[in-house]
Structures are given as structure tokens and as C-alpha cells.
Design a protein around this ligand. Structure first.
Ligand SMILES: [Zn+2]
Length: 303
């Protein structure tokens, strides 16, 4: 994060695409928002309280295939992770994301289109200072060989390693000190991916109906089926970094610390945030909230 002040968009901007799950048309509008709004999703096809979804780790309903938010009305909104990554990666703190329907457009399976939209709209600073979540001690969650860790660091870094029982993906790693430039140039274009046999299984269950070679890298054996191949030699690991940027943005503020994921995914990343915020000695606000005594009467001059 380079800015010491909160930011929002200069103007509203929209895009259309298809939903990964339904395969139906999905549209999205990013709108400027005031200080301390954070990222607020609004489903324009619903009414009253059911419309609004706060982009926070404690509002995550499901992490199977994608990150799904819920609200007190029980409504859901799916596939928020790549928009979250683009907003966080470029340092946009406050925005209202309008969506007509139950899921965001998948675009090309990366965050590139969302980065393009945000840059077209432009980013402006607001008057209020930005608050970050500073990691004070190591927090780790894991299960069955998967692991996600946050450690104290003055920088915001994200590293991911994956190990696949597939010769084309195999073991790969990507890690970056995250700045808007790094996110845009090294991370945003990495697409989501799957194995052909998984895709067939999902289709058979009526899932990922919108999934295609237009919005995912599909691997069969040692072959990448997409025309044009990969965008980076380690595109798979870079997409895990992209997902982690989006998942960590569900903290509600930028996290200053070092994230390391080993075969981690949305579910474990969200559990990591829960573990971080459950331990009040593991993090603090930076800058710290104004102590109450600063608002008190000035000390009387000593005689
Ligand atoms: Zn993803």
C-alpha cells in the first residue's frame, strides 16, 4: 500500500460477462463510495436487506469452487474473489459493487478485466487516513498437508506453493511483495485452472456450466488445452497468489504481513483470517485508533 489515505473510484464503470456456475449473462457496476464503506456488494435483483453483502471473512458462506458471500437474509452472491483481488491489489478501499443476479461475471478467469475497469474509472484519495491490519505474531492454520500462515513483516508479501499430482502443474511456487504495480504486471493476468477430469465431473453435476477454455486454463495429462498456452510459466501458482490477495481482502482492510500458502485455497485462507482475528494479540490496527485521552481536556499548566 502506497497511499496513507483511503481511496475510492473517480467514476462508475460497468462490464458484462457470464456467470461461472449458471453459464448465464452476468453484469457488474463498480461505483465510488464514501470513507469507511469498504467493499460493499449490492444485488440489484433483490430488495431491502437481502440486497447488501459486506465483503468480510465472517460473511463467507461457501468456498467450494469460488468464494460465496451471504447476509442476514440468507441471500448469496458467488465468485467475488477476483474482483476483491483487483480492488485490493490496486489499493481501492471503498466501492459499491452492483451485481444483477447471484454471481459475478467470470470474465477470462483472471483479474485482468477488473484491473482494466478500475484503471479506466481512475482512483482518487479521500480525506480519511487508511487503516491497515498489522500482523504482530505468527498465525497458522492447516489440515492434511495444506497450510496457510501469516507472519509479521513490514511489507505486504504473498507467496503460494502448490503440489499437484499432474505432470504439467506438478510443484510450483510464486511469491511477491505486493504493490499495485506488481499486482497488475505479475499477478492479475493469471487465470484460474482445472484438470479436464475435474471439469467433466463438475459438468455432470450441473456445476461450472459457464466454465470453458475462455475462462479457465484446462490441463489434461501433460497438456494445456488452451490455444496460446500459458501466460506465465508458473501461471497456476500465480493464480493462487491472486486468489490469496482476494481472500485476504476479506479482512476488511489491507493486511501488513507475510502470507505463505502451501496447497492452500479459499477455505483455508478464510480460516486463517478467522484465526488471526480470534487472537487479539496477533494483530493491531495501524495507525492505532486515537486513544480516548487525546480528546480529553488539555492538562492544566503547572504553576
Ligand atoms: Zn481464482
Amino acid at each position: 500500500m502506497t497511499s496513507a489515505r483511503q481511496t475510492t473510484l473517480k467514476s462508475a464503470i460497468s462490464c458484462n460477462g457470464i456467470g461461472l456456475h449458471s453459464g448465464e449473462r452476468a453484469s457488474m457496476t463498480l461505483r465510488p463510495a464514501t470513507t469507511n464503506t469498504g467493499v460493499l456488494f449490492e444485488r440489484t435483483d433483490l430488495v431491502n436487506g437481502a440486497r447488501l453483502f459486506r465483503a468480510r471473512y465472517d460473511q463467507v458462506a461457501d468456498t467450494f469452487l469460488c468464494t460465496t458471500l451471504t447476509n442476514a437474509s440468507g441471500a448469496t452472491l458467488s465468485t467475488v474473489e477476483h474482483v476483491m483481488a483487483a480492488l485490493s491489489g490496486l489499493g481501492v478501499d471503498n466501492v459499491v459493487v452492483e451485481v444483477h443476479g447471484p454471481e459475478l461475471p467470470i470474465m477470462d478467469g483472471s483479474a485482468e478485466a477488473f484491473v482494466f475497469l478500475i484503471e479506466c474509472a481512475g482512483i482518487v484519495e479521500l480525506a480519511a487516513p487508511r487503516r491497515s491490519v498489522r500482523v504482530l505474531r505468527e498465525v497458522e492454520v492447516g489440515e492434511g498437508g495444506k497450510r496457510a500462515t501469516l507472519r509479521p513483516s513490514p511489507l505486504r508479501s504473498i507467496a503460494c506453493e502448490i503440489v499437484y499430482d499432474n505432470p504439467r502443474i506438478a510443484r510450483q511456487r510464486a511469491g511477491f511483495v505486493m504493490t499495485p504495480e506488481t499486482f497488475r504486471n505479475e499477478v492479475a493476468r493469471a487465470r484460474t485452472f482445472g484438470l479436464m477430469e475435474e471439469v467433466e465431473g463438475l459438468r455432470a453435476h450441473g456445476l461450472a456450466l459457464g466454465g470453458s477454455l475462455d475462462n479457465a486454463v484446462v490441463v489434461q495429462g501433460d497438456r494445456v488445452l488452451n490455444e496460446g498456452g500459458l501466460r506465465f510459466h508458473n501461471e497456476f501458482a500465480r493464480h493462487k497468489v491472486l486468489d490469496a490477495v482476494g481472500d485476504l481482502a476479506l479482512a476488511g482492510a489491507p493486511i501488513v504481513g507475510a502470507f505463505e500458502g502451501h496447497c492452500s485455497g479459499h477455505a483455508l485462507n478464510v480460516r486463517l483470517l478467522k484465526a488471526l482475528f480470534a487472537d487479539e494479540d496477533a494483530w493491531c490496527w495501524d495507525p492505532a485508533p486515537m486513544p480516548v485521552w487525546q480528546h480529553a481536556e488539555p492538562l492544566a499548566a503547572t504553576a
